[in-house]
Write a protein of this length. Structure first.
Ligand SMILES: *Cc1c(COP(=O)(O)O)cnc(C)c1O
Length: 401
């Protein structure tokens, strides 16, 4: 079966140039980059430091501000819990932690987990376009606030928050400002200085790098202090113990360098594909609406609602399409996406939503075929009763990541 991969928001394939850049570090240059007593260790360490510069350059940081982690999940946990715990331990009285209802689970759960350590988590709502109203944030930070965490681009809808305006409010209130840049970095211009960020998380596998590596930007001036999440050898300036995976890091650096050079071209390609996709559906008389239509969005994520067409029923008819749906299934439970319902979609509308995310390597031919398959399946579903949904299939196919 010829599979059509339209799930680049969940993960991107590794760019072949990234794979080529990693191979020597898996094979010959395998030494521990922390082994400073011999030449092979020194070479691995140099590969890590080159990558650190490349990742820093992508987001406008200084290389000394980049802490490698296992991904954005760990970076978000380290930023939020690490900053909150450090402030508490050093007698800072600020207890409030502010975030937004549409953040990635790892941010929401990190913030919620802090409640049992004496913090006051506040989760702000969004409007029907998935955007946070700056007035809401201003009100929330009128109580002394330790940290504000707001993602740049949403992974389900592509919605971009107004980070310059929101960051100013957070900083004026004396809070630390963190952003999950996992979807935005390499896809749209982000500059940690221009945004006045204190902490920012990135992930390699969202920008054509390998899975299992990410980074946290930790501002140096003024210095942001964090409690590490775990104990160990004190690597990464004491923020993150553990042997660095030099091969993955080299791949991350290579992916960041390519994204810096080609991100604008990628964005034009994705905007063209998104246009072709919605044009292809319209030409085939498919009724659909674009979720968060009025908001500024990433070009590579298209969240569509097809009224009367449950997304899982559509997916059962299009096994060759790899995409995500607006409902997350855990065991046999079918829960509507909290991101879509936070924007005011009903559970039914969320269950009728699809997330299509083409990428750098998606061709116009793939998009044309996908539009044809979706149109045919939507028509079939509308003509028949939706078939019974098989819970086993839902578990494997229905998760939004
Ligand atoms: C993918 C993603 C994450 C998690 O990143 P990992 O590197 O897989 O841990 C966090 N936030 C957003 C917005 C994401 O898209």
């Amino acid at each position: 079966m010829d599979e059509l991969y339209l799930d680049n928001a969940a993960t991107t394939p590794c760019d072949p140039r990234v794979v080529a850049c990693m191979m020597p570090l898996f094979a010959d240059e395998f030494a521990n980059p922390h082994s400073s007593t011999h030449a092979p260790g020194g070479r691995a360490a140099r590969a890590v430091e080159i990558a650190r510069v490349e990742v820093a350059d992508l987001i406008g940081a200084d290389p000394r501000e980049i802490i490698f982690t296992s991904g954005a999940t760990e970076a978000n946990n380290l930023a939020i819990k690490g900053a909150a715990r450090h402030r508490l331990r050093h007698g800072d009285g600020r207890r409030r932690i502010v975030t937004v209802a549409t953040e990635h689970k790892c941010v929401l759960e990190s913030v919620r987990d802090l409640a049992c350590e004496g913090f006051d988590p506040v989760i702000l709502p969004v409007d029907s376009n998935g955007r946070l109203d700056p007035a809401r944030l201003r009100e929330a930070v009128s109580v002394p606030t330790a940290l504000v965490s707001i993602m740049a681009a949403n992974n389900e809808t592509g919605v971009l928050q107004d980070l310059p305006a929101l960051g100013r409010i957070a900083k004026d209130a004396g809070a630390l400002f963190h952003s999950d840049l996992a979807q935005a970095a390499g896809k749209t211009a982000v500059d940690v200085r221009a945004l006045d960020l204190d902490l920012a998380s990135v992930s390699a596998h969202k920008l054509y790098g390998p899975k299992g590596i990410g980074a946290l930007f930790v501002r140096r001036r003024p210095r942001v202090r964090l409690e590490p999440l775990f104990s160990g050898g004190g690597q990464e300036r004491g923020f993150r113990s553990g042997t660095l995976p030099a091969a993955l890091i080299a791949g991350f650096g290579c992916a960041a360098r390519i994204a810096a050079a080609e991100g604008e071209a990628d964005a034009r390609h994705l905007a063209y594909l998104a246009e072709a996709l919605s044009g292809g559906l319209l030409a085939r008389q498919v009724a659909f609406s674009i979720n968060a239509k009025e908001a500024p969005r990433l070009p590579g994520i298209l969240s569509l609602c097809l009224p009367g067409v449950p997304a899982l029923a559509l997916m059962e008819r299009t096994p060759e399409l790899a995409l995500s749906v607006g409902s997350a299934c855990s065991s046999a439970d079918l829960a509507p996406s909290y991101v879509l319902t936070a924007m005011g979609l009903s559970p039914v509308e969320a269950a009728e939503s699809l997330r299509l995310s083409p990428g750098r390597f998606t061709t116009p031919a793939t998009i044309a075929r996908a539009a044809g398959l979706i149109a045919r399946a939507a028509q079939q579903v509308r003509e028949q009763d939706p078939p019974g949904t098989d819970p086993d299939r839902m578990v494997s196919s229905g998760r939004l990541i």
